[in-house]
Ligand binder design. Structure first.
Ligand SMILES: NC(=O)c1ccc[n+]([C@@H]2O[C@H](COP(=O)([O-])OP(=O)(O)OC[C@H]3O[C@@H](n4cnc5c(N)ncnc54)[C@H](OP(=O)(O)O)[C@@H]3O)[C@@H](O)[C@H]2O)c1
Length: 280
């Protein structure tokens, strides 16, 4: 089968090429998926798991890409709940050959059924950013209907999904970002938008949860916004970290003064399972 192959860590994206490699076998608990669409994040070429297996052994040439959408062609021993011919989408293991190939082997638990009215290309764009938003909102911040959430980077990849999920849950959503993101955030369900280059963050008032989906630690938004939010008087001040990325620290300090803070900024400590439960 044809697959994109990564051989040379030092070469980065320029070292990627297309090769003919054997089709994967379905090991225990695996499903073989005929890939119709795949997602690739350039950053994964820096992840150790792209180059070595869990035991630290060289696994090059490796197939990058972890997000996928396609059709089940083979079921390994021990798989349940999926059938051959079924449309599925999900997330391939970080330390195994991935989705930039005609076929890929994925553990059944990392796949979910794909509704007939959703395109493969749309589905393949969802798993990592969607699960990051989901886990931040529900597994870590425990967002509830009726609460108010401030979402930084509300028009960005993770933030825009967080806005939609929080809105659908019934939370009051205040998005932040630059002016160019206002219409996007409001269109996706934000109730208010704070332009951090022009507006004062204090106008957001008290919030129950801060979700930091921004991508920068400093810059035009400035440090004047530091400590602009105050916890509700009865609110427990808790910090929920999704990652250990030092890049998030300044941002959190700048705005981590509400009830619960969920910061996204590093994939390392985030575990993503497509079958994460819905809240409540
Ligand atoms: N995408 C993923 O799947 C994923 C997964 C795990 C973790 N993460 C992490 O999540 C963070 C966001 O990633 P992303 O892919 O969503 O990035 P993105 O698409 O670039 O979105 C970031 C958003 O934050 C805005 N922003 C930048 N600085 C800000 C600030 N100081 N205050 C408020 N908003 C600000 C940006 O606005 P402008 O464009 O106007 O600057 C942009 O709309 C990153 O730290 C990333 O490493 C992402």
């Amino acid at each position: 089968m044809h697959a994109v192959i990564a051989r040379d860590r030092a070469a980065g994206a320029a070292g990627l090429g297309v090769s003919d490699i054997p089709r994967p076998h379905a090991a225990e608990n695996d499903v073989i998926v005929r890939v119709h669409a795949a997602g690739f994040t350039p950053g994964e070429l820096d992840w150790p798991s792209t180059w070595t297996d869990r035991a630290g052994r060289d696994r090059t040439p490796s197939v990058p890409g972890h997000e996928l959408s396609g059709v089940v062609t083979e079921l390994g021993y021990g798989t349940t709940g999926l059938t051959i011919g079924q449309r599925v989408f999900g997330l391939a293991d970080w330390a195994r050959d991935g989705s930039l190939a005609e076929y890929t082997a994925v553990e059944a638990r990392n796949l979910a059924p794909l509704p007939a009215d959703i395109d493969h290309t749309v589905a393949a764009a969802l798993p990592i950013s969607g699960l990051t938003a989901w886990q931040g909102l529900f597994d870590h911040a425990h967002l509830k209907a009726g609460q108010t959430i401030l979402i930084h980077g509300a028009a960005g990849g993770v933030g825009s999904i967080a806005v939609q999920l929080a809105h659908e849950l019934g939370a009051r959503v205040i998005g932040t970002g630059r002016a160019a993101g206002r219409d996007t955030a409001l269109g996706l369900g934000a109730d208010e938008f704070v332009d951090l280059e022009r507006d004062r963050l204090e106008t957001a008032g008290e919030v129950d949860v801060v979700f930091d989906g921004s991508s920068r630690k400093s810059g035009p938004y400035g440090r004047s916004q530091r400590r602009a939010l105050r916890s509700p008087p009865t609110g427990e001040s808790r910090e929920k970290r999704l990652s250990g990325s030092p890049r998030t620290d300044d941002r959190r300090e700048q705005r981590a003064v509400a009830g619960t803070v969920a910061a996204v900024g590093c994939r390392g400590a985030v575990t993503c399972w497509p079958r994460a439960r819905r809240p409540g």
